[in-house]
Ligand binder design. Structure first.
Ligand code: ZN
Length: 358
């Protein structure tokens, strides 16, 4: 590594500092989310070889070349014409789209013009389950590593394990590809994209849904939507977690008290609207963009495209504020980790609420 790479390596100490900071605040209980472990060294095997360029200007010279600070013009392996187009195109203001995320259908998009489109959920992991079971069975029948005795894995185990890993890898590739295809067009067509802020962490705690929810990769979906709207100069609005997008009637605005998870159709008791429940939620999210006045030319190229919109009306806020570290006992059913500050009923209620919203 010569001096010419300095610009690209400056992020290392900063990332390390952030990692230590996260670890420290998490230990003190001042950090939200899962507990953070001690920072680890980069792995030669697991981590993809990559570096960041954060200083200086970066631009695409043409479809085959990028200009990086200090390194200059570099030829790319990949044709980046789509990216060049996307940057040149800029934002397409005016219309907003509300996106409802789900397991049955991955995306239900309802735009402000009233059009509804769907993207199916291919459930890649489910598709590969049989294959994985078979591969895993073979692996278990080979002599693997034994950490206690220091026994090295047999060559047959290594081979069988490699077969299993390939299946996992393929699933991940298929998923990523599908998400990219699903999210590619959206920010190009709409100036404003509204998504819900899902409590994925909470939903994954549901034993019956966790695998499918993890397979749907909502986090990655949101990440892609975020940077892709940014790239197009659009705006991504994240609706408040407690906004009753599924329970509100998109025509008259009446809120239903309860909505069973099973019913796929929304029926309004007030005005009699009958609509697919996900489409209804999508319309509500799209309407949120209009209500916040965030549609229109004025947001194009806005530096801060990510914003969280507060709840529109009195939905109950049940998110816990503090986490008690003690009392996180293991429960036999393994459904919900014990939470010291809340009563059992309230926890159940929260879960039910999440499912209803879902
Ligand atoms: Zn209604």
């Amino acid at each position: 590594m010569g001096a010419e790479l300095e610009g690209g390596l400056q992020h290392r100490p900063r990332d390390a500092a952030a990692a230590f900071d996260n670890y420290a605040t998490s230990r003190r209980g001042e950090r939200k989310g899962a507990r953070m472990g001690r920072p680890r060294f980069k792995s030669k095997r697991k981590d993809r070889p990559a570096c960041k360029f954060t200083t200086g200007t970066i631009r695409l010279d043409d479809r085959r070349h990028i200009v990086l600070p200090r390194l200059g013009r570099i030829r790319l392996h990949e044709d980046v014409q789509p990216l060049v187009d996307a940057i040149a195109e800029g934002g397409r203001p005016g219309t907003a789209v509300g996106i409802d995320l789900g397991v049955k259908t991955l995306l239900v998009m309802a735009d402000s013009a009233g059009e509804v489109r769907e993207v199916a959920n291919p459930k890649q992991y489910d598709q590969a389950l049989r294959q994985l079971r078979k591969a895993s069975r073979t692996v278990s029948r080979r002599r693997g590593r034994n950490r206690r005795t220091g026994q090295a894995p047999s060559r047959r185990w290594e081979k069988a394990n490699a077969v299993r890993n390939r299946v996992h890898h393929r699933v991940a590739n298929l998923r990523e590809n599908h998400l990219h295809q699903a999210t590619a067009r959206i920010p190009a067509e709409y100036g404003t994209v509204v998504v819900e802020d899902l409590n994925v962490k909470g939903m994954v705690r549901n034993r019956r849904l966790s695998r499918r929810i993890s397979d749907a990769a909502f986090g990655e979906l949101r990440r892609q939507l975020t940077y892709k709207t940014q790239r197009h100069g659009g705006r991504l609005i994240v609706a408040d977690r407690w906004m009753p997008s599924s329970k509100t009637c998109s025509r008259c605005g009446a809120v239903k008290a309860k909505l069973p998870l099973g019913g796929r159709v929304f029926e309004c008791d007030v005005c009699g609207l009958v609509l697919d429940r996900d489409a209804n939620a999508g319309h509500n999210l799209a309407a949120l963009a209009a209500a916040n006045g965030k549609t229109g030319t004025e947001v194009t190229g806005d530096p801060g495209p990510l914003m969280v919109v507060p709840k529109p009306r009195g939905a109950k806020q049940k998110t816990r504020t503090g986490r008690t570290r003690k009392g996180t006992g293991t429960r036999a059913a393994g459904a919900t980790p014990r939470q010291g500050t809340e009563t059992r009923d309230r926890r159940q209620d929260t879960r039910r609420e999440q499912l209803a919203l879902w």
